[in-house]
Design a protein around this ligand. Sequence first.
Ligand SMILES: NC(=O)c1ccc[n+]([C@@H]2O[C@H](COP(=O)([O-])OP(=O)(O)OC[C@H]3O[C@@H](n4cnc5c(N)ncnc54)[C@H](O)[C@@H]3O)[C@@H](O)[C@H]2O)c1
Length: 386
Amino acid sequence: MEVRVGLIGYKFMGKAHSNAWGQVNRFFKTGARAVMRAVCGRDENAVRGFAENWGWQSVETDWRRLVSRPDIDVVDIATPNDSHAMIAIEAARQGKAILCEKPLARSLKEALTMLAAVRKYKVANMVWHNYRRIPALQLCRRIVKEGRLGIIRHIRAVYLQDWIQDPKFPLVWRLKGDIAGSGAHGDINAHILDATRFITGSEPVEVCAHFETFIKERPVGAMTGGLGAKAGRGKGRVTVDDAVIALARMSNGAIATYEASRFANGRKNGWGFEINGSKGSIKFEFERMNELQFYDASDPAHLRGFRRILVTEPGQHEYISAWWPPGHIIGYEHTFTNQVADFLTGYLAKKPLSPDFLDNTRNQAALEAMAVSSQKRRWVRVQRVN
Ligand SMILES: NC(=O)c1ccc[n+]([C@@H]2O[C@H](COP(=O)([O-])OP(=O)(O)OC[C@H]3O[C@@H](n4cnc5c(N)ncnc54)[C@H](O)[C@@H]3O)[C@@H](O)[C@H]2O)c1
C-alpha cells in the first residue's frame, strides 16, 4: 500500500522529517510504502531546491492547496506553532491523516480544538515526540512496566540549551508569544514532560512553576527558527520565557521536577532524567542516547552500583532489527525514522498512534497549568482531558 505524504515547512524539522520519509522504506518493512508526494513552502525557488535535494515529487506554495490535494493521504506539519491548529483542523476536515510537530498548540484551548477536529473527522493523528523513539527510552518504559523500579518516588528531568545566551541574538519566532505560545517551556519542557509521562505512565496532577525571561528586549530578527538567525534594525520585546522550573505531583504518587532553559551556558541540547523507585533507579542523558544507567537495589551488596546498558542488543527494543548489529549505535535522525515507521504500521493497522492528539493534549494541559501557576504564583491543578 502507498501512503502519499505532503510536508509543510522545510527548515530544521522539514529536513529531519524528509530524511525520515526518505529512509523508512529502506530500513523498515511496515507493509506501507511512504511516497514523498509534495512539500510546501512560501518561497517557490527555495522550496523547489529543497524538493530536489530531498526527493519530494512536487511543490506547493500555499499550504491550503497541499492539504486539499486528492493525491495526499498524510499531512506532515513542520511549521511554527501558530500554524499547527489551522493546518491540522483543515487537514482533518479534508479527511487526511496528520502528523503534527510539538508543541501541538500554543495553548490548551487551541489543542482542544485540534483534538475535537480529529475526533469529528475520525482521522489518524500523531504528534512528533520523536524522543519516544529513542531505544533507551523504550527500554526505560519496559523496565518501569516490569516493576523493576518498584514504587516510583522521584522523577527529575532537565532540558538545557544555551543558544540565546547572547543579548544580541535576534528576536526569532521562538521568542514571540503570539507565534510560539511560550519559550523554553513549550519548546523543550514539553519534551521532558512527554518523555517522563511516556516512561512512567503517570500524569502530573498538580503543579507549581516559575518562568523567567532574562533578556526582555532583543534586536528585531529575520523570521528563521533558531541558531544562525541574523539581527535586523531596532529592538522588540521578548514575550516568552527564557527558562522554567516546575514541580509536579504525579498520578502515581511520585514527585517530579522539570527544568528547561535556553540560558544554560555550555549546554547545547543536554537533556535527561533520573527516576528513583523503591527497588532501583534509571538515568538517561540524551548526549549519550544509546546508553542507559540502571541501578538494581537487589544486587548483592558488593556488586551494587549503576550499570551502563548499551541499548543495541536484540530483544531490548523494537527498532534494533531495522538498523545495525549490536554495538553499532544510532543517532538523532533515527528517532524520526523510527517514528515514521511506527506511524506507517499503526496507520495501516488502523491502531492508535503514540502520542496521538489526545495523549499530547494531556501534555499540553500540564504545560498550561505550569504557565498559570507561574502567573498566579501558586500551585495549580492540571485539567483532566478525556
Ligand atoms: N520534535 C522536535 O524535536 C523538534 C525540534 C525542533 C522544532 N520542532 C518543532 O517543529 C516546528 C518547526 O520548527 P523548526 O525548527 O523547523 O522551525 P524553522 O523556523 O526552522 O522552520 C519553519 C518552516 O515553516 C515554514 N513556514 C512558516 N509559516 C508557514 C506557512 N504559513 N506556510 C508554509 N510554510 C510556513 C518556514 O518557511 C520554514 O520552512 C515547531 O513547531 C517546533 O516547535 C520540533
